[in-house]
Design a protein around this ligand. Structure first.
Ligand SMILES: NC(=O)c1ccc[n+]([C@@H]2O[C@H](COP(=O)([O-])OP(=O)(O)OC[C@H]3O[C@@H](n4cnc5c(N)ncnc54)[C@H](O)[C@@H]3O)[C@@H](O)[C@H]2O)c1
Length: 262
């Protein structure tokens, strides 16, 4: 006789940033499909509301909520976390996913652009972890998942600010993880490092170069010879968010078709 297993993320209450599309929307859908309640945020208010509505349509009302949030805004973080916690009756997972790309070698990058990238890709995660921690402490076992990039380890010199921001996310993740272990609280913190995944962030390549040339360029260093799909990352988010990964903290989970090995 087989007994049905409970959904993998049953009882989890997750806030996911940058969830209007791409990896954030895929992660929110994945968590909801596996039994979590999800609160989606993005600067794109209507688009993120549409993703939340789709999730509710599929899984029933009171599974997904959404709000407009600029992740680089400190006050908005405090407001959004209070709202999310009220809606979901707590918070046990934070997925810091929102991020932006930026092109420019060291002599081309402007200080203003550098600050913009750092503020959306790094300050945001510091603020999210800082202000979510009291809620996560109340909801142990809890988990923070930070979306970094393979760019934290493998450098394309045309992406100075982006590479640096994503390397900072890896160090920030481990700092938060160790702070939690030091406090003996069951709040884990891990980073995910995808290679190229087909989302809005790589769309400019396809628009500029066309399907064939963009695919050739983006898969050049990928032993598996293809781009990743959003669900390749969403499955990793699911694993790190739920209690299956209860002994995993301060880890760097690379999802890259083998690229880091070569
Ligand atoms: N797709 C890839 O190839 C790839 C590879 C490695 C890492 N990543 C990382 O994955 C994360 C998600 O990116 P994606 O690929 O889904 O790209 P995407 O552009 O499709 O999604 C990013 C989302 O973040 C939102 N956003 C941008 N600035 C924001 C802000 N200030 N506040 C709140 N939301 C904001 C955008 O509106 C968008 O919905 C990013 O951190 C990105 O750096 C992506």
């Amino acid at each position: 006789m087989t007994s049905a297993l409970p959904p993998r993320a049953a009882g989890k209450r997750a806030l996911i940033t940058g969830a209007a599309g791409g990896l954030g929307a895929a992660s929110a859908r994945m968590l909801a499909r596996h039994g979590a309640r999800v609160f989606l945020t993005d600067i794109e208010r209507d688009a993120v509301a549409a993703v939340a509505a789709e999730i509710n349509q599929e899984h029933g009302a009171q599974v997904a909520w959404s709000a407009a949030q600029d992740v680089s805004d400190e006050v908005m973080w405090q407001r959004t976390l209070a709202e999310a916690t009220k809606a979901m009756d707590g918070l046990s997972v934070l997925v810091n996913n929102a991020g932006i790309g930026s092109l420019g070698g060291i002599e081309r990058i402007e200080l203003k652009e550098w600050h913009r990238v750092m503020s959306v890709n790094v300050d945001s995660i510091m603020l999210g972890c800082k202000y979510a921690m009291p809620y996560l402490r109340d909801a142990q076992p809890a988990s923070i998942v930070n979306i970094s990039s393979l760019a934290a380890f493998k450098i394309d010199p045309d992406y100075t600010a982006y590479n640096t921001s994503k390397a900072a996310v890896a160090a920030l993740t481990k700092s938060v993880a160790m702070d939690c272990t030091r406090q003996k609280i069951d709040v884990r913190c891990n980073s995910i490092h995808p290679a190229f995944i087909r989302t809005g962030i790589v769309k400019p390549f396809f628009d500029k170069l066309g399907e064939e040339e963009a695919t050739r360029k983006l898969t050049r260093g990928i032993p598996m010879h293809r781009l990743g799909e959003p669900d390749d990352v969403a499955y990793a988010v699911l694993y790190l968010a739920c209690d299956e990964s209860r002994y995993v903290t301060a880890a760097e989970l690379v999802i890259d078709g083998g690229a880091r090995a070569v």
